[in-house]
Ligand binder design. Structure first.
Ligand code: DAH
Length: 335
């Protein structure tokens, strides 16, 4: 390998000003069709004796060039990194003329709207406790020890019969234990279950409702009226239907469906071709619940709903978990 060629490449390496140009040099020297490959190819015509001499020499040059190239590359990488850090540095004390307005999280926004409706109907807002005891979360709600809702699969338990509330229904109990009837309350808040898939997260939000008055004063018709009105307030012009169902704390109980907001009731993937979406559970308060809180001569209705489900239907969000990932791109759409 001639001195001139060697000098040319050493100079090129020393003078290279970017990692990119170093990479170009690497390809020109060490690549398949590079200078060294060319030099090695020339060996073919040499005698055996010469061959080993040329090979030895070329290998020495190869190693030296490689060392030179690598050390220049490290220098340039360091310089480029420092420049990038300087260029991208953020001075958080600077005033920005482009500050963007934030937005409420879709779950909070939906919860606010639900609360707004019931506040306007004179329902008081109660919060209760997220860490609950067995009595408030289960026993007093007519969910006896053997009830499947107490399954270890569903409930996060602490020691001494304490747990993370699995629904907002215990706020009914706490409110009735602390106040005399009549009662008109809703309880918005977080609840917890051991569940995780596209329609379940271990923490989600519910709004519970309870109305209690003198015996004979509260009917299923009252419940039906307010829930229909509420669902139209939330979803606009939808059809509402009540289906008989079962909850331990209400008798009779119903599940409430609205006509599918995606296909207007024609049947689609979201409503499993039924044209209906289940949105609520409700019923007339079971006498056993009143007995547990020592209420006498009263009647009442109760209901409970999942806030995330409402938010998903209102905003047409497919995966419940995406609501809790804090992805700015998703959240920005709600500004
Ligand atoms: N607590 C129920 C749940 O978590 C929801 C519910 C259904 C609440 C019916 C009620 C009710 O007050 O009457 O699934």
């Amino acid at each position: 390998m001639s001195e001139i060629i060697l000098k040319k490449w050493y100079d090129a390496i020393r003078e290279a000003q970017s990692v990119e140009s170093i990479e170009d040099i690497r390809i020109s020297v060490f690549g398949k069709k590079g200078v060294l490959a060319e030099e090695f190819a020339k060996m073919k015509t040499a005698s055996d004796e010469e061959k080993s001499k040329i090979a030895q020499e070329l290998n020495i040059h190869k190693n030296e060039l490689m060392n030179e190239l690598n050390s220049r590359k490290i220098v340039l990488q360091t310089v480029e990194l420092q420049e990038a850090m300087k260029a991208e540095a953020i001075d958080v004390s600077l005033f920005s003329s482009q500050s963007q307005a934030g937005a409420l999280h879709p779950v909070i926004e939906t919860m606010d709207r639900i609360v707004e409706y019931f506040s306007s109907m004179n329902f008081a807002i109660k919060t209760g406790n997220m860490v609950e005891d067995d009595f408030n979360n289960f026993e007093a709600l007519n969910l006896p020890k053997y009830h499947p809702a107490r399954d270890m699969q569903d409930t996060f338990y602490f020691k001494d019969e304490m747990l993370l509330r699995t629904h907002t229904s215990p706020v009914q109990i706490r409110t009735m234990m602390g106040t005399k009837p009549p009662i008109r309350m809703i309880a918005p808040g977080a609840v917890f279950r051991r569940d995780y898939d596209i329609t379940h997260t271990p923490m989600f939000h519910q709004v519970e409702g309870l109305l209690v008055d003198e015996e004979g004063k509260v009917s299923f018709a009252n419940l039906k009226y307010i829930l229909e009105d509420f669902l139209k307030y939330m979803f606009g012009d939808v059809k509402v239907r009540f289906r008989p169902s079962f909850f331990p704390f209400t008798e009779p109980s119903a599940e409430v469906d609205i006509s599918c907001v995606f296909c207007s009731g024609d049947g689609c993937r979201v409503c499993s071709k039924t044209g209906w979406l289940e949105v609520l559970g409700c019923g007339i308060v079971d006498p056993n619940v009143f007995e547990a809180v020592k209420y006498k001569n009263v009647s009442g209705y109760a209901f409970g709903l999942g806030v995330e489900r409402f938010a998903m239907l209102i905003h047409q969000i497919g995966d419940l978990r995406s609501l809790f990932e804090g992805d700015i791109k998703l959240l920005e759409q709600f500004r």
